[in-house]
Design a protein around this ligand. Structure first.
Ligand code: ADP
Ligand code: MG
Length: 293
C-alpha cells in the first residue's frame, strides 16, 4: 500500500471489514470455545465479542454466552442485561431454556447472545449445593436449544477466576481459547490455568483441549511486546494464531457505544486484526485434521 494516504488505507480496511469478498468456511462440526484466563483485563471479553462479530459478518452463525456477572460481553453486543432479564443465570438454574434467554444482537442477524445479569454474581456460591454443579451449563446446552439457534460457533466468555462458572464452561466446551496480553506478567498464572484445564480433562471432560491462543494488546513500540510474543510462540507453537491484536484506542472505545469495534470503526486496525484472527480460526475449523487433534 505504498503511496496510499492514511485515509485511503483506512477506507480500504473498512471495505474489507464491511464487504467481505467470500464467506468464511463453516466448521466441519459445531465448535464451542471457552474463552478463559483467570487474569482480568487480558482481552477475554473483547476477543469473544469481536471474533464473534467478525464471523457473523462473514456468514457464520455465532452464539456468545456471557458467563461473567459483569455482563461486559452483553454490553459490547448491545444486549439488555438489567437484573431480571432472562439470562444465563436462569438457564443455569434450569428456569428458562437457553434458547429463550438468547437474543439477536443488533450488530448482525447471525449473532446471538445469552446475556449475563448481576444475578449471576450469586451463582458461584448457589451452585455449590446443587447437583451436578459443574455440569449445569452443559445441561443447559441441550441439543434442542442449540438446534433452535443453530450456531456454527459458540464462545463462552468467562469471568476472571477459575471458580465454578469457569469450570462449567470447561465442562460444556471442547476447546479452550486463551487470550494472552503482550505484557510483562503475561505468562504468570498461565501454568495455574493449564493445571486447571488438566484437572477438568482428568475428571470432568476428557475432550477438553487448548485449541487457540491469541496475543492481544500488542504495542509495536516496545521491545517487551516482541519478547512476550516470541516466548509464547516458543511455548505453544501453532496453537497461537498468526494474527496479533494491536493495542488500539478504538477497540477500547467501542463497548462504551454498545458496539463491537467492527461496527464502531470498521476502518480501524483493531477491526481488521479481529477480522483476520476470525478468518484464521474459521480456516482452521474447516480443516478437519486440525480440529480432530
Ligand atoms: P477481560 O475480559 O479479560 O477482563 P477485556 O476484554 O474486558 O478483558 O479488556 C480489558 C480492557 O482492555 C477493556 O477496557 C478493553 O476495552 C481494553 N482492551 C482490550 N483489548 C484492547 C486492545 N486491543 N486495545 C486497546 N484496549 C483493549
Ligand atoms: Mg471480561
Amino acid at each position: 500500500m505504498t503511496g496510499w494516504t492514511p485515509i485511503a488505507e483506512e477506507a480500504e480496511r473498512a471495505t474489507r471489514v464491511l464487504h467481505p469478498s467470500a464467506p468464511f468456511p463453516r466448521p466441519t462440526r459445531r465448535r464451542m470455545l471457552t474463552v478463559a484466563n483467570q487474569k482480568g483485563g487480558v482481552g477475554k471479553t473483547t476477543s469473544a465479542v469481536n471474533l464473534a462479530a467478525a464471523m457473523a459478518l462473514n456468514g457464520l452463525r455465532v452464539l456468545v454466552i456471557d458467563l461473567d456477572p459483569q455482563g461486559n460481553a452483553s454490553t459490547a453486543l448491545g444486549v439488555e442485561h438489567r437484573s431480571g432479564t432472562p439470562s444465563i443465570y436462569e438457564a443455569l438454574l434450569g428456569e428458562v431454556s437457553l434458547a429463550d434467554a438468547a437474543v439477536v444482537s443488533d450488530q448482525s442477524h447471525n449473532l446471538y447472545c445469552v446475556p449475563a445479569t448481576i444475578d449471576l454474581a450469586g451463582a458461584e456460591i448457589e451452585l455449590v449445593s446443587m447437583t451436578a454443579r459443574e455440569a449445569r451449563l452443559k445441561e443447559a446446552l441441550t441439543a434442542e436449544a442449540l438446534d433452535q439457534i443453530s450456531p456454527d460457533y459458540v464462545f463462552i466468555d468467562c469471568p476472571p477466576s477459575l471458580g465454578l462458572l469457569t469450570v462449567n464452561a470447561m465442562v460444556a466446551a471442547e476447546e479452550v481459547f486463551i487470550p494472552i496480553q503482550c505484557e510483562y506478567y503475561a505468562l504468570e498464572g498461565l501454568s495455574q490455568l493449564l493445571n486447571n484445564i488438566e484437572l477438568v480433562q482428568g475428571h470432568l471432560n476428557r475432550n477438553l483441549w487448548v485449541s487457540t491462543i491469541l496475543l492481544t494488546m500488542y504495542d509495536g513500540r516496545t521491545k517487551l511486546a516482541d519478547q512476550v510474543t516470541a516466548e509464547v510462540r516458543r511455548h505453544f507453537g501453532d496453537t497461537v494464531l498468526k494474527t496479533v491484536i494491536p493495542r488500539s484506542v478504538k477497540v477500547s472505545e467501542a463497548p462504551g457505544f454498545g458496539q463491537t469495534v467492527l461496527a464502531y470503526d470498521p476502518g480501524s486496525r483493531g477491526a481488521l486484526s479481529y477480522l483476520d484472527a476470525a478468518r484464521e480460526m474459521a480456516e482452521r475449523g474447516a480443516a478437519k485434521e486440525e480440529v480432530a487433534k
